[in-house]
Ligand binder design. Structure first.
Ligand code: IVH
Length: 723
């Protein structure tokens, strides 16, 4: 028994679970939302760490771990609702394979189609030594095809009797969305093949990458900036967002492009990958010219080094080199792992970094009052764009690296939209240095106590309020939530955003303008705006006023869960808000909730509970809520949204696992919350019981049995709540 507990409390096991959760979330942000929160490099490093840990703990094998499946681009409800835990995915996946119908409709309106052959990923490395090791493990004398790794999203094109019939995204690797109408807007992709071709191969599948050029990406982001829409972080995300649009004419307008790198089908000519691609090129497919057959490690390295520099001149983004075994029968012998072929590997270029001069440090106050130090830089070109500002993260970062104005610093642009400072030049040889050390004379070391106040302001740069630093947090924060301009404007921007109140026609610039005119002082003022207030602004006019007022009116129908999210209570995100409103179907109930009641809700920890309580203890907030209510904003769930039914499961932590027949898993979770219980993802000694359906994970069952946790069938559970 002792042994068992020491195993359960093993930090490595916790790390496995935490990494799986973090990587699932990052996959979802990247593939579904197209708003990456983690750089590719960080993702790959964490995935590596997870692989190593799973190797050390084979009993924790989970077929749904991010190490075992490709990230999914499907917008299925399951994906959205269940993205946060690997464990919860297990039954979904069982369900989706059992139901693997050839074509169902995804919530976004694209037909989902099963792939003929799974669409896999590539194993990747950032180390040239590992490329060498991979090459050395291959049978002697094999030819290697080197290709560019295009940074877009993969696509599978089906040609049946010479006609382009389907274009599938990778989806979850086994089924993808059919985005054929959008693919047909890409001029480079043939829609008909010559009779000669399809007599040879009545079914042909070409795989490749859909891309948006740097030029098209920048044009699109400029338009979005003007329309006050969120910007895409990089061309990949822009291409991915574009391919999933419903309106093909908008897709055509944005101008996607494509390169193909893999041909599959029956009776295909040629015995090598390279020859196949050359044939595909003759048949009219867009195949890159940068493909090379290499015969030695030296040739491979030369290719890598050449393209590491030369890729900067390409019109599209690339993030590495793909190495493939050329001979197709050797490929077949080498085979596949669950996630990738053994006959190929990707070498990824390290994120582009540049050295430039830090001219000045300024401070930016965000929506939540966090004060972020910003590096104002001598402008440089980085990954296709000009960079002048980058985050310096927080005070500790600046002090640890002893970064001072005038220093030469390394700037990196990863997957995220905001570039970051990642280090400084140890020699600090600033081209315009005015002292032997390369530093401006009189600069103060930032890691000495004396420099603390010099480096980091003690008062808010926007409103002058003394800053506070919460223990254990790296950030300094301005506590003047309701009086600090960027916080007020930020709150309003969040309130009107698409996932919150979705008020069309009221973007950040308009908020800025109306705030400066004294017309908007808080979110409740939005509902007091009149046609005249808006129309008399020079930049706006009658038409904008009408649009905006229509948007404001429509927002009164937004359901209570989204209103709660829109209020911007710290740490209450979209999903958490939904869970809270299931338990508290009106603001009047939520207003009096206790820490205990709140922390009984899944995903609500003590800090969130405290933030909610503090929010309702503020008189200013209560006044805003009253005004919103009077304006007609939804402050309670409609009847069809469920109300709490009993307290029978109060204080119970319940794990739901497996596939159910009477209700869906989501419905069971809602029932648990409606009866006062808390849903948790993994089994521990604190688990009250497991609600188990078919195919519950064997690992979970074993753990439950060892810990003596009771397992209830769905019939037993329904009986329990009926009583
Ligand atoms: S081959 C079975 N070749 O990289 C092997 N992939 O990280 C299929 N990619 O999902 C992939 N350029 O979307 C291959 N020249 C290239 C590529 C390439 C970009 C993408 C592809 C794949 C991803 C893996």
């Amino acid at each position: 028994m002792l042994d068992l507990f020491s195993q359960i409390e093993d930090p490595e096991r916790d790390e496995i679970l935490a990494l799986r959760k973090e990587l699932e979330q990052a996959n979802y942000q990247y593939y579904v939302l197209n708003t990456p929160t983690m750089s590719d490099y960080d993702f790959d490093q964490k995935l590596r760490r997870l692989q190593d840990l799973e190797h050390l703990h084979p009993d924790m094998f989970d077929p749904n771990s991010p190490t075992q499946h490709v990230g999914s681009d499907l917008n299925s409800e399951d994906n959205v609702a269940e993205r946060h835990t690997t464990q919860q995915r297990e039954a979904d996946n069982v369900q989706s394979t059992n139901n693997a119908k050839p074509s169902t409709r995804s919530p976004k309106g694209f037909a989902q189609v099963a792939h003929k052959y799974p669409m896999l990923s590539l194993s990747n490395t950032y180390s040239q030594e590992e490329v060498e090791e991979w090459l050395q493990k291959l049978p002697e004398g094999v030819e290697i095809v080197c290709e560019l790794k295009f940074d877009g999203l993969s696509i599978s094109l089906w040609y049946e009797n010479g006609i382009l019939t389907k274009a599938l995204t990778r989806g979850d690797g086994t089924k993808g969305d059919n985005v054929i109408e959008n693919i047909k807007t890409i001029a480079a992709i043939p829609q008909h093949l010559s009779p000669l071709t399809f007599h040879l191969s009545p079914f042909l599948e070409l795989r490749g990458e859909v891309l948006l050029s740097w030029e098209a990406f920048e044009r699109l982001n400029k338009e979005r900036e003007a329309a006050e829409e969120p910007l895409f972080a990089n061309p990949r995300n822009a291409a991915s967002g574009t391919l999933k649009l419903q309106d093909s004419s908008e897709v055509a307008r944005r101008g996607l492009t494509c390169y193909l790198y893999y041909m599959l089908g029956e009776n295909l000519p040629a015995n090598t990958h390279y020859d196949r691609l050359q044939i595909a090129k003759q048949w009219g497919f867009p195949i890159s010219d940068a493909i090379k057959v290499c015969h030695s490690l030296e040739e491979v390295m030369d290719y890598i080094h050449y393209w590491d520099t030369e890729r900067k001149n390409l019109p599209v983004a690339t993030d590495g080199i793909v190495l493939k075994v050329n001979d197709l029968s050797t490929q077949e012998e080498l085979g596949y792992t669950a996630k990738s072929p053994r006959w190929a590997i990707a070498y990824k270029f390290p994120a582009e970094k540049q050295l430039t001069r830090l001219n000045a440090i300024t401070y930016q106050v965000g929506r939540t009052g966090v004060v972020t130090p910003v590096a104002n830089l001598e402008p440089i070109q980085l990954s296709g764009t000009t960079v002048q500002r980058a985050t310096l993260h927080n005070e500790d970062f600046i002090r640890q690296l002893d970064i001072r104005e005038g220093d030469m610093v390394w700037v990196e642009k990863g997957g995220e939209i905001i570039p970051k400072i990642v280090g400084k030049d140890p020699n600090n040889q600033s081209p315009i240095a005015n002292s032997p050390s390369g530093r401006p004379i009189g600069s103060v070391p930032s890691n000495s106590e004396a420099s603390l106040s010099y480096l980091f302001p003690t008062n808010c740069p926007e409103c002058g309020t003394p800053l506070v630093r919460v223990e254990g947090e790296a950030a300094w924060r301005c506590p003047n939530e309701s009086g600090c301009p960027p916080q007020i404007k930020g709150k309003m921007e969040h309130f009107v955003s698409r996932k919150a109140m979705n008020i069309d026609g009221l973007g950040s610039e308009t908020i800025d303008l109306l705030y400066s005119q004294g017309l908007l002082k808080n979110i409740a003022d939005i509902y007091a705006l009149t046609q005249d207030d808006i129309a008399r602004q020079e930049r706006l006019g009658e038409k904008s006023a009408q649009n905006m007022l229509a948007g404001i009116e429509a927002s009164k129908q937004v359901p209570w869960a989204r209103v709660l999210f829109a209020l911007g209570i710290r740490m209450v995100g979209e999903t958490t808000a939904k869970k809270i409103t299931r338990r508290f179907p009106s603001i009047d109930q939520l207003q009096w909730a206790t820490v205990e009641q709140l922390t009984a809700i899944e995903d609500v920890g003590e800090q969130i509970a405290k933030n909610i309580i503090a929010y309702f203890n503020d008189l200013g907030n209560l006044e805003i809520i009253n005004r919103l209510r009077e304006a007609g904003v939804q402050m309670e769930s409609q009847e069809e949204e469920q109300a709490p039914q009993s307290d029978i499961l109060q204080g119970k932590s319940i794990v739901v696992s497996g596939v159910f027949s009477h209700h869906s898993r989501d419905e069971y979770k809602a029932m648990i919350e409606a009866h006062g219980g808390k849903n948790v993802g993994s089994v521990s000694k604190k688990t009250s019981f497991i609600l188990a359906g078919e195919n519950m994970g064997p690992e979970k069952r074993k753990k439950a049995e060892n810990l003596g946790v009771e397992i209830l069938t769905e019939e037993q559970f329904l009986e329990l709540i009926k009583n």
